[in-house]
Structure formats: structure tokens, C-alpha cells
Design a protein around this ligand. Structure first.
Ligand code: ADP
Ligand code: MG
Length: 388
């Protein structure tokens, strides 16, 4: 009997893999933004059209790729971020699976321009449905621009499955928030259909939060800080009075990666117990730094779930740290060293030169001349003392 099993051609395997990693335009946004961060970019621009269905483009000023790397980047299991299985437990990068670009290129038209600091020219590559359709030299500054057009153009069923622009844009914005909150040290600029949605300068964490959600957030955050041998925790809890009924402001980052963890969320909820009005949700922006050896990120293709070695202890630490911060806030106004200096001076006074107060001198004043209405008492008989 002839063998019934055959190896799938690459483009089919890539399409299957894409099903796991790329569900919607927001997934492309996440993968491209994370690649730009991994490439050490200081400035990242995100440009989308029709909520990303027509175009998702990310332009960065990171390290770029040489010509060979540019071709390899779109192969499956091609990554510059790990070499050995052990590397999975010392990850410092967002990516490591080497499948995002291969997956995206299997289900869209992708145009890349990239240049490294040592290359004199930049290299361009066009791929459609896993096939290279054009390769050329170009001139652009150091960094990488990847434009992903007509997502799912070759899988009509997936394309029809996409929701309205409004819903897809919401998902894109959520992914943008997660990467931008994890990296306040990077400048982000975001446009949809030519309209600027976000312009976030390099800043501290608190300013990044208010840059995203609005200036009034600055006054509503209580700092959370804790250092133990298991984990370092930094970030903010939202003051109970300012919490909302929706779950919009719940962010956990582990080693600068946004993660979803119902278990750790429960720990924060326990810390808020008794402080929230019924139906209101705790709000938090918590950043955990743990030993990469103590976590496993490779349990889900989108890498938003993490397995912790010492989950129970972490639960107790987080609950105590948040509870402590909320407790201090209840009795003391919070000392805030991260306050944006420019926010403290009323705007109209910001650039004014200080005017010294006038000094008024009475040139006729003579300290030796006695006051006509006051006489030094000479004796108790003096009429001035009478009646006392
Ligand atoms: P992963 O991020 O898991 O390594 P990707 O498919 O996302 O896999 O990317 C493959 C490789 O392409 C990366 O390992 C990296 O070397 C390179 N690459 C991707 N995007 C960029 C970028 N914006 N700048 C520089 N190199 C990039
Ligand atoms: Mg990647």
C-alpha cells in the first residue's frame, strides 16, 4: 500500500499556523509592534486603514535587517531571538517562536523596507500569500517598515468573519495600549485613516498612563511598590472612588510583557475587598519582574498566558502589596515622586519671569523720634496707666 501521509507544502503549513497567531488586524498590530520593540526602536509609528483590514503598517527606527535576514525573517521557525531550547527560560524579547512574519505573509500582501546601521542601502521585499513577488534596493533611513495589506485576501471565510471597523479598531487600540504601557521608554505615534489617535512621547509610567487614558488619571493612581526575592512589583492601583464598572483598566505585565492572569487578578480583587462600591471593578497597572527561569511563556501561541513556578506565593505578595498601598492612601495623601513637574505650575505662569516684590522704604522714618501718641511710662501714677 502506498503511503497515505505527505508533508504539507510550506504555504499550507504557514496558513494553518497563521490561524493560531493571526485572528484579526489587532493580532498583526501586536506582532509588528513587538518586533519593533525587540529591534530596540526608540520611535514606533503605527498606521492603519479601515481598522487594519486594508492596511497595518509599522515603521520603526530599530536595528533593521540585512538582506539575508530579510528573506529568512519570513520563513517559519526563523528567529534571531533564541537558539537553544534552554533559551526559552531566559527570554528578554517579546518574540521567540519565529512564526509571526511567516504567518502574516501567508494570508496578506506584505511589503518590507529595512536598513541596518552598517548597510549603505536599504532592502525591500514584497511577499503575497507566502510567495516573493518583488525584491529590490531602496533608500531609507535605518530601521524597518512593514506594511501588511488586505489581510485574509486569500481566505474569504476568515475575511468575512471579521467584525465591523468599529469593533476591529477597538481590538487594535487594546493591543496598542498593552505595548505602549509596557514601554514608556519608546515614543509611539498612531494613525487610523489619516487621523492621529495617539502621540505618546517618551515618559515615565504615570505620564504614559495619562497620555493614553487622559490627564485626570494622574491624580487617581496610588503607587504600588514591593521587592521580594520572588518578584519585584511596581506600578499603580486605581483609587477605589475612581474605579469603573467595566474591566478596561486592568493590566498585568510580567517582565514587560502584557499577560492575562485570572489568578493574579483575583489577588488584586482580594486587596480591594471592602473598598469598592457594588458592581465596580478594581483598576490596576502592575509590573512584575521575576526570574525568567521561574516562568513559562510558551504555553499559548499568542504568549499572553504565563505559568508561574510559585503562583501561590506570588498571589500573597501581590495581594499584600496592593492592600498596603490602598491602606496608606486611605490615611495619608500619597507622596508622589513621579509627578510631572510641568503639571504642578499653572499653565499661565509657566513661562513668566518672577518679579521681585517691591520694597517700600519710608525715608522720613526716624527711629529716635518718639511717637507723639506714645509716652514711655515714668511712674504708676502716670495718667496713661490709670484705670488698669
Ligand atoms: P520572532 O519575533 O518570534 O523572532 P517573527 O516572525 O516575528 O519571529 O520575526 C522573525 C525575525 O525577523 C525576528 O527574529 C527578527 O530577527 C526579524 N525582525 C522582524 N521584525 C523586525 C524589525 N521590525 N526590525 C528588525 N528585525 C526584525
Ligand atoms: Mg515577532
Amino acid at each position: 500500500m502506498s503511503a497515505k501521509i505527505s508533508l504539507l507544502p510550506d504555504h499550507v503549513a504557514n496558513q494553518i499556523a497563521a490561524g493560531e497567531v493571526i485572528q484579526r488586524p489587532a493580532s498583526v498590530v501586536k506582532e509588528l509592534l513587538e518586533n519593533a520593540v525587540d529591534a530596540q526602536a526608540k520611535t514606533i509609528q503605527l498606521v492603519i486603514k479601515n481598522a487594519g483590514k486594508t492596511l497595518v503598517q509599522v515603521i520603526d527606527d530599530g536595528e533593521g535587517m540585512g538582506n539575508t535576514d530579510l528573506r529568512l525573517a519570513f520563513e517559519r521557525h526563523a528567529t534571531s531571538k533564541i537558539n537553544l531550547a534552554e533559551d526559552l527560560f531566559s527570554l528578554k524579547t517579546k518574540g521567540f517562536r519565529g512564526e509571526a512574519l511567516a504567518s502574516i505573509a501567508a494570508i496578506a500582501q506584505v511589503e518590507t523596507h529595512t536598513r541596518t546601521a552598517s548597510d549603505e542601502v536599504s532592502h525591500s521585499l514584497k511577499i503575497e500569500g507566502s510567495k516573493v513577488v518583488d525584491q529590490s534596493l531602496s533608500t531609507q533611513s535605518k530601521g524597518t517598515s512593514i506594511a501588511v495589506k488586505s489581510l485574509f485576501y486569500n481566505i474569504p471565510a476568515r475575511r468575512n468573519f471579521l467584525k465591523s471597523d468599529q469593533v476591529e479598531l477597538r481590538h487594535v487600540i487594546d493591543e496598542f495600549h498593552r505595548v505602549a504601557l509596557a514601554h514608556p521608554e519608546v515614543k509611539f505615534h498612531f494613525f487610523n485613516n489619516g487621523n492621529e489617535l495617539f502621540d505618546l512621547p517618551i515618559s515615565g509610567l504615570k505620564q504614559r498612563i495619562s497620555g493614553i487614558f487622559g490627564a485626570k488619571w494622574e491624580a487617581q493612581l496610588v503607587p504600588v511598590e514591593e521587592k521580594t526575592s520572588l518578584a519585584q512589583i511596581k506600578g499603580f492601583a486605581v483609587k477605589p472612588d475612581f474605579t469603573k464598572k467595566t474591566r478596561g483598566q486592568q493590566f498585568f505585565f510580567v517582565n514587560n510583557r502584557f499577560i492575562k492572569s485570572p489568578f493574579l487578578h483575583h489577588a488584586v480583587s482580594a486587596a480591594f475587598e471592602g473598598l469598592l462600591r457594588p458592581g465596580y471593578q478594581p483598576g490596576y497597572f502592575l509590573y512584575l519582574t521575576v526570574d525568567p527561569q521561574s516562568i513559562d511563556i510558551n504555553i499559548h501561541p499568542t504568549k499572553t498566558e504565563v505559568k508561574f513556578e510559585e503562583e501561590q506565593n506570588l498571589y500573597a505578595i501581590i495581594r499584600a502589596a496592593v492592600k498596603h498601598s490602598l491602606g496608606i492612601f486611605q490615611v495619608l495623601p500619597t507622596l508622589d515622586f513621579e509627578q510631572n513637574a510641568s503639571m504642578e505650575v499653572p499653565y499661565s505662569f509657566k513661562d513668566k519671569v518672577a518679579v521681585p516684590p517691591p520694597i517700600e522704604v519710608d525715608s522720613n522714618f526716624n527711629p529716635f523720634k518718639s511717637d507723639s501718641n506714645f509716652r514711655t511710662p515714668t511712674s504708676k501714677k502716670d495718667p496713661q496707666w490709670e484705670g488698669l
